[in-house]
Design a protein. Structure first.
Lengths: 375, 271
């Protein structure tokens, strides 16, 4: 069977990579010192928190700069050198703003919703393999867990819209719910293609299975089409332009977060950007090899040269490239109408995803890989 | 969606006459694949275009305003403050050269130096306005009031004070288009912040007097001098200023005392 073959090949060729997560280290350290175990837990918590805040600042700055240059502008230039402190200034402003809850709103849910929205990307940050040794935990049902948690993200938005007691918020939240649940299907179908190819749901396992070549081209057209479907569907999951109808400014003021101000608004904003990072990181991990260096078949010299670049840099470069593409989409494409959105999902992406899954299954069963494993 | 459109010439009978008409026939709408292909290529074209904007620094249109104040070039169709055209080019050029020299001497920008100077050469202010009031009629906001007077030399109507209130102007350009004499233009400045609203109502003309061609027909320089009379920005009553602000002293002409002192100082440095 292909599955056995893949695992055997992986075992044969992966002698150079021995990934170890923080969770593994914590478990290993239990017999030696419980303080060390606690230290690993603390490191995980602090690391994710630090990454969260850094990503928030960096991505917002990058988004603003890139948006500006796509639109023939300069973007932030005044606060700090090259406007680097602009995000800090904006965050400070939001911290000091009034945290307003509308009088007729459901107060407790209104306060809770931003945290729910932010919870999902924070959990996902812990699962992403940044490098062989930098990962908080590697679940053997990684993909399943990510899909389940990712689907939970819509709860924060729905609760925000519901509790605000505002027409625009409600319409925006309902649109978001319909959109995210619809596009989850296509995204999951695209993920399944990679699961079929690699024979594992563990993210590290998927990265290791791409040592001979990334799934975006090792899976023939099926891998590439799955990549495209996942890119489109995840952009829709993120509520980003061209799929930002849940917060379409021209129709719904600001959609589900119309009634939010101050720090709680900032939480939604942060959640959106961290979501963008996790989606990009997942795309890079599943289709572009994650931290795995770029290898071409038998070119041993070339492969050795590629191996000199640290895996963390590879991961960062691939993720940045995907983030750039998502931002590029946002500042180029106009927004879809609601009916066009549903048409695209149910009549184009979903049938395409099913057909693609079928083709991928045929490829896996017949072992028609361009770069066969186990060389 | 793109439909194939064909235009054909056809002869048709209208009221017994044969008339050549253009007949537009729509072809079959393109198929699913063709539409999908054109959609994808359209998206890719858009991506390519914005990528071009991203990579080429010369595409940036932003101007760093306060920093580039000295070299700021406004676009051709920019509508700034309303102002008089001063067609005496020779005097204008002399004045510009003087300002440039003054800016160089006082180490400031030209527009700062221009504020320091009270030019004594009145010929610089000769204007095209006849005081006909067409601009006043054209103004939808009643932001213009032209006061005319009976001239002493020519014994005819001429402009006395041309009062413009910036605070109610919406820069529609209707006055400029209505002017039969090409006397005004909307190419003045845009830095209009003041601490007192009353300063936003002011005279545009610097000389009360007839149109420039009547002055230039006159040979005698003494008579020429008597034809015009100096008007400054806030001089005289400004009747459109309907709102007197409580608890504030009446508007004095700014730069009246101060700028003359600076002016004398600058003159001393130049000579």
């Amino acid at each position: 069977m292909q599955f056995v073959h893949t695992m055997a090949a992986a075992a044969a060729t992966n002698t150079t990579w021995t990934p170890q997560t923080l969770a593994d280290r914590a478990v290993d350290s239990v017999p030696h010192s419980l303080w060390l175990t606690a230290g690993y837990f603390l490191l995980a918590v602090v690391g994710v928190a630090a990454l969260l805040s850094f990503l928030g600042m960096a991505l917002i700055y990058i988004e603003r700069k890139i948006a500006a240059h796509f639109q023939c502008r300069l973007g932030p230039t005044r606060v700090g050198p090259f406007g680097l402190l602009q995000t800090l200034a904006d965050t400070l402003k939001l911290v000091f703003k009034e945290d307003f809850v509308p009088p007729k709103a459901d107060r407790s849910l209104h306060m809770l919703a931003p945290f729910l929205a932010l919870l999902v990307p924070v959990v996902l940050l812990a699962l992403i393999p940044y490098s062989p040794n930098v990962q908080v935990a590697d679940l053997n049902i990684g993909i399943l867990f990510i899909t389940a948690i990712g689907g939970f993200g819509v709860m924060g938005i729905l609760i925000a819209g519901w509790s605000s007691n505002n027409k625009w918020s409600m319409i925006g939240a309902m649109r978001a719910g319909a959109q995210i649940i619809s596009y989850e299907l296509s995204a999951t179908l695209a993920l399944l293609v990679v699961v079929l190819f690699s024979g594992t749901m563990s993210l590290t396992g998927i990265v290791l299975s791409q040592q001979e070549g990334w799934w975006i081209w090792r899976g023939h057209a099926a891998g590439f089409v799955a990549f495209l479907i996942y890119l489109v569907a995840s952009t829709a999951d993120l509520n980003r332009t061209p799929f930002d109808i849940p917060e379409g400014e021209s129709e719904l003021t600001a959609g589900f977060h119309t009634e939010y101000s101050g720090l709680r608004f900032a939480f939604f904003f942060l959640a959106e950007f961290i979501n963008m990072f996790t989606v990009s990181a997942l795309t890079a991990t599943l289709f572009l090899g994650g931290w795995m260096p770029f290898h071409v078949g038998d070119w041993t010299g070339f492969n050795a040269a590629m191996d000199t670049i640290p895996p963390g840099i590879w991961f960062l470069a691939k993720t940045t490239a995907v983030i750039f593409v998502i931002m590029w989409f946002r500042w180029t494409f106009p927004r879809l109408r609601v009916d066009q959105l549903m048409h695209l999902e149910w009549k184009v992406l979903l049938p395409l995803g099913f057909a693609n899954l079928f083709v991928a299954a045929v490829v896996v069963l017949t072992e028609l890989y361009p770069f066969p494993l186990g060389k | 969606m793109i439909h194939a459109i064909k235009v054909a010439q056809e002869e048709r009978l209208f009221a017994g006459k044969s008339v050549s008409v253009a007949v537009i026939t729509r072809g079959r709408p393109p198929g699913y694949l063709r539409v999908a292909f054109s959609a994808v290529t359209g998206l890719l074209r858009g991506l390519w275009l914005t990528l071009g904007y991203l990579w080429s620094p010369e595409a940036i249109v932003t101007r760093q305003y306060p920093e580039n104040r000295a070299t700021l070039q406004l676009t051709e169709r920019f509508r700034g403050n309303l102002r008089f055209k001063f067609p005496n080019e020779k005097a204008q050029e002399d004045h510009a050269a003087f300002i440039e020299q003054l800016a160089h001497e006082t180490q400031t920008h030209a527009h700062v130096a221009a504020d320091l100077v009270r030019e004594e050469n009145e010929t610089r202010w000769y204007h095209n306005c006849t005081g006909c009031g067409k601009c006043q009629e054209a103004c939808p906001n009643a932001s213009i009031k032209v006061f005319t007077r009976q001239g002493e030399i020519l014994e005819d109507r001429e402009v006395d004070r041309f009062v413009w209130r910036l605070d109610s102007c919406m820069f529609c350009n209707a006055c400029v288009q209505a002017c039969p004499w090409d006397a005004i233009e909307m190419t003045g400045g845009f830095e209009n912040a003041v601490y007192d609203r009353r300063l936003l109502v002011y005279n545009l003309n610097r000389l009360a007097g007839p149109r420039i061609n009547y002055i230039e027909e006159e040979e005698n320089p003494d008579v020429r001098k008597r034809m015009v009379e100096r008007r400054d920005r806030y001089g005289g009553e400004v009747p459109l200023n309907g709102f007197a602000l409580p608890n504030l002293p009446p508007v004095t002409t700014p730069m009246e005392s101060g700028s003359r002192a600076i002016d004398a100082d600058a003159q001393a440095r130049l000579t």
